[in-house]
Design a binder for this molecule. Structure first.
Ligand code: FAD
Ligand code: NAD
Length: 472
C-alpha cells in the first residue's frame, strides 16, 4: 500500500496544478490520470491539453493564417500567388503541439516530485483510492490524508443526434476531420460551436450552426453579442437561432438533420455534424458514494466555498464542480485547495474569472453584464469605444469590435468589462487586474496607455464612462 499526503485524481489543469502546488508546499503528492493519447500511451493535461484548449487554439491559429493570407494580406499589398492547404500537415502540427505540452506536464510533475500514476481511480472510503492500471495488472491501493477530485467533464449527449465518431462527432472528432467538409453542421452556438465553426469556415466549409435558444450568446453582454453575431455572419457562419434539432440520420454521403423553428420544420444535408451542446461533470467509475461524497442536482461533485466535499478529507475542483468550465478556473481552484490542505488561507474570486471565446475578433469579458446589473437593480454607467476609431486597428486593417466598460453609477468602481477585438484575450487581462484591485473607471482613465495600441481602446472606454472620450 502506498501512502501520500495528497492523492489527486485527474491530471487536467485542475489536477496537475493542485498536485504541483501541494508538492511545492512540502506535501507528498501523487496524481492519477486515466487519459491515453492516440498512441495508446498516457497523456497528461486532461481535456484542455488533449482535446480542448490547446488543439483548438492551434487550429484556430493555423486557419487564421490561411484566411489572412487569402483575405487580409492582399489589402496590405501582399499577394502570394496560389494558396494551397495541406490539412494533413496542419493537423500534424496541432498534434505535435499537444504532444509537446502533455509531455511538458509529465516533466513538471517529475521535477516537482509528484508521483504520476497511470490508470483509473475509484474512491474506496477511509482515505483509500484504488487505481486500476491500463491493460493487465493488479489494482494499486493508495492511501492519503487528503484526496482531490479533479476528474473534469465530458460532452453532453443528445438522443436527437447520436455521436458515431464518423459523420456525427463531438469536439474530439471535430479537431481531426480527414478532409475539409464542404457542408458542416454544428448543433449549439456556444463556445465550441463558434470556435470550431470558425476553424472549418476559414478552411472552406459552409458552416450552419443550429442553436436551440432564441438569443445569441446569452451569457455575454448584449452589445458584444450583437456585434459578434453581425461580424461572424459576415464571415460566413450561418447561425440559426431558435432551432430545435429533432433528428440526425447519418448515411453514406453525409448526414440528414431535421429541426424545427418558429417557421416550421426543416431538413438540411451536411457532410459532417458536430454536437456541441455543453459538457457535464465526469464522475464515471469514481464511485463517489462509496466515500460519502455527495453530488448536486446536476451530477456535479457538491463542494462548499472552500472546495470541500461532504466527505472529510476529500476536495474537488474544476469542471467536476459547479462554475464555469474553464481551464484557468480549474487551476486556480487546484492551487487554492492545495494551499488549504497545507493549512494556508487561500481564496478564489469567482466573480473575476475572465471568459474568452477565440473567434476572430475574439470575445472576452470579466465581471457582470449590463443586463445582470439591471436585473440586480444596480445603477451603472457605461462607456464604450469602437476599434474603428483606433489608430492601431486602422493600421492593421482589423477595425471590427468594441470595448465596453461598466462602472457603478455611485462609486465609479468597475463592475464589468466586455471586449470584442482582434486580441481581446490579451486585452481582458488589464480589466481583470484593475477589477482585482477594485479600480474605478477613472483609475483606468488616468492610467497611461502606450500609443498606438489596441489597449488604448480600454483607456478610451474608461474615459467614456464619464463622457470624456477623446477620439470618438
Ligand atoms: P479535465 O481537463 O477534463 O481533466 C480531467 C482528467 O481527469 C482527465 O485527464 C481524465 O482522463 C481524468 N480522469 C477522469 N476520471 C478519472 C478517474 N476516475 N481516474 C483517473 N483519471 C480520471 N477552457 C479554457 O479556459 N480556455 C479554452 O480555450 C478552452 N477551450 C476548450 C476547447 C474545447 C474543444 C473544450 C472541450 C474545452 C475547452 N476548455 C477551455 C475547457 C477546459 O478544457 C476545461 O475547463 C478544463 O480542461 C477543465 O480542467 P479539469 O482539470 O477540471 O478537467
Ligand atoms: P456551451 O454551453 O458553451 O454551448 C452549448 C450551446 O448549445 C448553448 O448555446 C445551448 O443553448 C445549445 N444547445 C443545447 N442543447 C441544444 C440542442 N438540443 N439543440 C441546439 N442547441 C442546443 O457548450 P459547448 O460549446 O459544448 O462548450 C462546453 C464548455 O466547454 C463551455 O461552456 C466552456 O465552459 C468550455 N469551453 C471553453 C472554451 C473557451 O474558454 N474558449 C472553448 C471551448 C469550450
Amino acid at each position: 500500500m502506498d501512502n501520500f499526503d495528497v492523492v489527486v485524481i485527474g491530471a487536467g489543469p485542475g489536477g496537475y496544478v493542485a498536485a504541483i502546488r501541494a508538492a511545492q508546499l512540502g506535501l507528498g503528492a501523487a496524481c492519477v490520470d486515466a487519459w491515453l493519447g492516440p498512441d495508446g500511451r498516457p497523456a497528461l493535461g486532461g481535456t484542455c491539453l488533449n482535446v480542448g484548449c490547446i488543439p483548438s487554439k492551434a487550429l484556430l491559429d493555423s486557419s487564421h493564417h490561411y484566411h489572412n493570407l487569402r483575405h487580409l494580406l492582399p489589402a496590405h499589398g501582399i499577394e502570394a500567388g496560389e494558396v494551397t492547404l495541406d490539412l494533413g500537415r496542419m493537423l500534424a502540427r496541432k498534434d505535435k503541439v499537444v504532444k509537446t505540452l502533455t509531455r511538458g506536464v509529465a516533466g513538471l510533475l517529475r521535477r516537482n516530485k509528484v508521483e504520476s500514476i497511470a490508470g483509473r481511480a475509484t474512491l474506496k472510503g477511509g482515505g483509500r483510492v484504488e487505481v486500476a492500471p491500463h491493460g493487465a495488472g493488479e489494482p494499486r491501493i493508495l492511501t492519503a490524508r487528503h484526496v482531490v477530485i479533479a476528474t473534469g467533464s465530458v460532452p453532453v449527449r443528445i438522443p436527437a443526434a447520436e455521436v458515431d465518431g464518423d459523420r456525427i462527432v463531438d469536439n474530439e472528432g471535430a479537431l481531426a476531420f480527414p478532409e475539409v467538409p464542404k457542408r458542416l453542421g454544428i448543433i449549439g452556438a456556444g463556445v465550441i460551436g463558434l470556435e470550431l465553426g470558425s476553424v472549418w469556415g476559414r478552411l472552406g466549409s459552409q458552416v450552419t450552426i443550429l442553436e436551440a435558444l432564441d438569443d445569441f450568446l446569452p451569457a455575454a453582454d448584449r452589445l458584444i453579442a450583437r456585434e459578434a453575431l453581425k461580424v461572424l455572419t459576415r464571415q460566413g457562419l450561418d447561425v440559426r437561432l431558435g432551432a430545435r434539432v429533432t433528428g440526425a440520420r447519418p448515411h453514406d454521403d453525409g448526414v440528414t438533420v431535421g429541426y424545427e423553428d418558429a417557421g416550421g420544420r426543416h431538413e438540411c444535408e451536411f457532410d459532417r455534424l458536430v454536437v456541441a451542446v455543453g459538457r457535464r461533470a465526469n464522475t464515471e467509475g469514481l464511485d463517489p458514494a462509496a466515500a460519502g461524497v455527495d453530488l448536486d442536482a446536476h451530477g456535479r461533485v457538491a463542494v462548499d466555498a472552500y472546495g470541500r466535499t461532504s466527505a472529510e478529507g476529500i476536495w474537488a475542483v474544476g469542471d467536476a464542480v459547479a462554475g464555469p468550465m474553464l481551464a484557468h478556473k480549474a487551476s486556480e481552484e487546484g492551487v487554492a485547495v492545495a494551499e488549504r490542505i497545507a493549512g494556508q488561507a487561500a481564496h478564489v474570486d469567482h466573480g473575476l474569472i475572465p471568459w474568452v471565446i477565440y473567434t476572430h475578433p475574439e470575445i472576452a469579458w470579466v465581471g457582470r453584464t449590463g443586463a445582470e446589473l439591471d436585473a440586480a437593480g444596480i445603477a451603472h454607467r457605461t462607456g464604450s469605444f469602437p476599434f474603428l476609431a483606433s489608430g492601431r486597428a486602422q493600421g492593421s486593417g482589423e477595425t471590427d469590435g468594441v470595448v465596453e466598460v461598466i462602472a457603478d453609477a455611485a462609486t465609479d468602481r468597475i463592475l464589468g468589462v466586455h471586449v470584442f477585438a482582434a486580441n481581446a484575450s490579451e486585452l481582458i487581462a488589464e480589466a481583470v487586474v484593475a477589477m482585482a484591485f477594485d479600480a474605478s473607471a477613472e483609475d483606468v482613465a488616468r492610467t497611461i496607455h502606450a500609443h498606438p495600441t489596441l489597449a488604448e481602446a480600454m483607456h478610451e472606454a474608461a474615459l467614456a464612462v464619464a463622457g470624456r472620450a477623446i477620439h470618438v
